[in-house]
Design a protein around this ligand. Sequence first.
Ligand SMILES: [Zn+2]
Length: 107
Amino acid sequence: MDEKSVLISLDRKDTYCTLEFSDNEKFELGYLEVRKNCQCAKCKPRQINEQMKIEFFEEISRLMLVKPKVEQVGNYALRFEWPSGCSSGIHSFEHLRKISESSGKKL
Ligand SMILES: [Zn+2]
C-alpha cells in the first residue's frame, strides 16, 4: 500500500468524520459519501452504472443520516456499521483516501 494512504486518526462527528493520514493530510468526509461508495456485497452491485448509482444514492439519501459505528479492521481498513441495511462494508484506508479526495473536504 502507498504510504500516503495510512489512516492515523479518525474523529467521528454526527454527520461526518475527520480523517487524518500519515502524510498529514486531513479531510472531512460525510458518512453519506462513505455509504455511497460502500464496497460490500449489497452495495457494490448497485454502483455498476450511472443509472443504478443515481437510484442507489437517492435511496441512501432518504435513509440517512444516522451515525454509523466504526471499527478498525487490522491495520489497513475500517468497517462502518449502519443501522440501515449495510454492515459488512470494509473500507480500506486506500479507498477512504480516494473518497476523501474526490468527495471530501480537505482541511
Ligand atoms: Zn454496503
